[in-house]
Design a protein around this ligand. Structure first.
Ligand code: AMP
Length: 213
């Protein structure tokens, strides 16, 4: 299965992806996670990406496309993949089409995760993540058992640098201007599956399973 998860920041793509990864047994490729790993390891890619990310802007297409092309050429992607956070612009979508065309692969579908901007703001300002293993928490709906400590690995639970209110608003604006046009792009190819994620995460998973089998 070759899937794309499309949706605003804070729409719950990451949580949904973790479930879909194990249900369909395909690698979860989150461009945001790959960038954050590179930033924490201070790689050349991380240094190039950091300022864009902390300002709520997109990392330039040529950097992002090269990174994803490289990831998709790895052997685990031969069984399929779940792209989360890529593509985010029309040139990225065109580049992905060319990469897949070269490999003779077709997309199975594009899951369009929908949620209101108000709910995004509420969810993201209360989101916390483990700085060690990346596990996601929410101060309101899913706090760690011990304040500031990850239940899974004991790492420090922190707020992402780009989860502050002003940056979230900037990220939402970026989403509406640059990423939302992809919904029509893929709808025209009959690939879109619309999934509302304003309710419980398990409802969204069930909805995807209902549509994709
Ligand atoms: P995410 O974790 O998906 O919300 O991504 C965090 C940040 O990484 C985004 O706000 C962008 O700055 C950057 N990023 C992630 N994916 C992409 C992409 N496909 N194109 C450009 N920038 C990206």
């Amino acid at each position: 299965m070759q899937l794309i998860l499309l949706g605003a920041p804070g729409s719950g793509k990451g949580t949904l992806a973790a479930d879909l990864k194990s249900i369909y047994e395909i690698p979860h490729i989150s461009t945001g996670d790959i960038f954050r790993k590179n930033i924490s390891e201070k790689t050349e890619l991380g240094v190039k990406a950091e300022n864009y990310i902390n300002n709520g802007q997109l990392v330039p297409d040529e950097i992002t496309i090269e990174m994803v092309a490289d990831r998709l050429s790895q052997v685990d992607c031969e069984q399929g993949f779940l792209l989360d956070g890529f593509p985010r612009t029309i040139p990225q979508a065109d580049a992905l089409a060319a990469i897949l065309n070269d490999k003779g692969i077709k997309l199975t579908g594009v899951i369009n995760v929908t949620i209101s901007d108000e709910l995004v703001l509420k969810r993201l300002t209360s989101r916390r993540v483990c700085s060690q293993c990346g596990a996601s928490y929410n101060l309101i709906s899913l706090p760690p058992e011990v304040n500031g400590i990850c239940d899974k690995c004991g790492g420090q639970v922190v707020q992402r640098d780009d989860d502050h209110e002003e940056t979230i608003k900037k990220r939402l604006e970026t989403y509406h201007n640059q990423t939302k046009p992809l919904v029509d792009y893929y709808r025209n190819q009959n690939l879109i599956f619309d999934i509302s994620n304003e309710g419980k995460p398990e409802d969204a998973v069930a909805a995807v399973k209902g549509l994709l089998g």
